[in-house]
Design a protein around this ligand. Structure first.
Ligand code: G3P
Ligand code: MG
Length: 252
C-alpha cells in the first residue's frame, strides 16, 4: 500500500467498543447508541469462535461481558449466540438485557446501512494470532467490498497484522502499541501500516509530528477527558477513540 497516496477517509472521533461506556461493549446496541450521539465511526474487538466464526468480544473468555462463562475459543458460534451480552452483571441496564453477541457479518450490515465507518481491532485468542488476522482480512474484504470507506484494521499482534496484509493488502492497517516503541516507524514500515494507534498516555506532540512527517496517521485510545482530547486534537491526532461519547462531541 502506498501510504503517501492514501486518502484518510475516517472521521476524527471514534466510539470505543461501539458505544463507549454508555452501552454493553461490542454489541449492535452499542453502535446504535454511538450513532445516536453523532458518532460515525466505531471501534470493535473481533476474534474467532472455536468453530471459526468471527464475533465481537474483547476478552479471551465470555465471563466479564456476558451471562455465560468459558473460553471463546472453546465455544461454538451456536453456543455464543445464546449468550446475553446485555446482562453482564456489572452495570446492567434493563433496556439492553437480551442483547446478543454479534458476528462481524452482522456488524458489517449495520455499518454499511448506516454510513458508519469502522475500526476492526483484531483481538486474537492466545495462539490464534495468524489465523484470526487472516480470517478478519478475508471477511472484511468480502463484507466491505463495495464500501466507499474501507474498514481500518488494527491490532497489537504483529503476527495478525502480517497475515491481514498477506490476505488483504489493500485494507488499511494500524499498529496498536500501548507505548510507542523506539522502533515504531520501522515496525509500521515492515507491516505496511498507514497509522500508529497508541495509548494516548504514551503519545507526545513530537511523536505525532514525526509520524505525520513520515506520511503516517496517528490514532489514539482511550482519552475520556474533553480537555485532554482538545490537546490531542491540537497536536493533530487523526483519530480519537473514546468511551466518553456523551462528553466528547464529534465535530470533524
Ligand atoms: O483499539 C484501541 C483499543 O480498543 C485498544 O485497547 O483493550 O480497549 O481493546 P482495548
Ligand atoms: Mg479494542
Amino acid at each position: 500500500m502506498m501510504k503517501d497516496n492514501w486518502a484518510w477517509p475516517y472521521p476524527r472521533h471514534v466510539a470505543h467498543r461501539g458505544g463507549g461506556s454508555l452501552a454493553p461493549e461490542n454489541t449492535l446496541a452499542a453502535m446504535r447508541v454511538g450513532y445516536a450521539h453523532g458518532y460515525r465511526m466505531v471501534e470493535c474487538d473481533v476474534k474467532l469462535s472455536g468453530d471459526g466464526t468471527l464475533v465481537l468480544m474483547h476478552d479471551a473468555t465470555v465471563d466479564r461481558t456476558t451471562n455465560g462463562s468459558g473460553r471463546v475459543a472453546g465455544m461454538t458460534w451456536g453456543e455464543l449466540a445464546r449468550l446475553d451480552a446485555g446482562h453482564a452483571g456489572r452495570e446492567t441496564l434493563p433496556q439492553f438485557v437480551g442483547e446478543p453477541v454479534p458476528t462481524l457479518e452482522a456488524v458489517a450490515r449495520y455499518c454499511l446501512a448506516n454510513g458508519m465507518a469502522i475500526n476492526i481491532e483484531i483481538k486474537p485468542c492466545p495462539g490464534r494470532e495468524a489465523e484470526t488476522g487472516a480470517a478478519v482480512a478475508i471477511e472484511a474484504l468480502r463484507h466491505w467490498r463495495d464500501a466507499a470507506v474501507p474498514p481500518l484494521i488494527s491490532s497489537f499482534s504483529e503476527a495478525a497484522l502480517e497475515k491481514a496484509r498477506e490476505r488483504a493488502s489493500r485494507l488499511p492497517r494500524a499498529l496498536l502499541q500501548d507505548q510507542p516503541s523506539a522502533d515504531w516507524q520501522e515496525r509500521l514500515a515492515r507491516l505496511d501500516c498507514v497509522a500508529l494507534d497508541a495509548n494516548y498516555r504514551g503519545l507526545t506532540s513530537g511523536i505525532v509530528q514525526s509520524a505525520h512527517q513520515a506520511g503516517y496517521r496517528v490514532a489514539c485510545y482511550t482519552p475520556n477527558d474533553p480537555a485532554i482530547v482538545r490537546e490531542l486534537v491540537g497536536w493533530g491526532v487523526d483519530c480519537i477513540i473514546t468511551d466518553a461519547i456523551d462528553l466528547i462531541v464529534p465535530n470533524s
